[in-house]
Design a binder for this molecule. Structure first.
Ligand code: SF4
Length: 159
């Protein structure tokens, strides 16, 4: 999986485009999704999301995905769960302070941001702390509800 992390960061530009395309498709499907019910669809969509993001970015399914801003490097792979940049312990060779065999997720995030080739570096966006109540819920559905102006609620609270 760690090899895939590096691969995804190297191909961040193409994968981001693919991700945007997928986002557009899901947005178009919103009326159907809404009719069926967000809560009812959370588990099946999460299963697809876990498979896709698990393979591509070694996602940990925190339910509040920010890999679009972190160069496709999942910050939840950081042993300290840091979501706004690296700790002070990154090794000189770019490896993690805690796990010397692992690339620091923030070194990968910086490379991924550069590879995306966008002018504004989204890595600069300050991320909210992790909301532990959202683990193993669909980040795609949550994003969809944000993008369509819906209230961001818990799947279990959703109608
Ligand atoms: S070196 Fe990087 S991955 Fe390791 S704990 Fe620090 S920020 Fe996280």
């Amino acid at each position: 999986m760690r090899t895939m992390r590096r691969w995804s960061v190297r191909h961040a530009r193409g994968l981001k485009k693919l991700y945007s395309l997928l986002e557009q498709i899901i947005l178009k499907l919103n009326p159907v999704i809404k009719r069926v019910g967000y809560a009812r669809l959370d588990k099946p969509i999460l299963a697809v999301e876990k498979l896709a993001k698990g393979v591509l970015v070694d996602s940990q399914s925190c339910g509040q995905c920010v890999v679009g801003e972190t160069g496709l490097s999942c910050p939840m792979n950081c042993p300290k769960s840091l979501r706004n940049g690296p700790c002070g312990g990154v090794r000189a060779n770019g490896k993690c302070e805690v796990d010397a065999d692992m690339d620091c997720v923030w070194v990968l995030a910086w490379q991924g941001n550069k590879n995306m080739g966008v002018k504004e570096y989204p890595i600069q966006i300050v991320q909210r702390p992790v909301d532990n109540r959202l683990w193993n819920t669909s980040a795609w559905l949550r994003k969809l509800r944000e993008n369509t102006g819906e209230r961001d609620v818990f799947p279990k609270d959703a109608a």
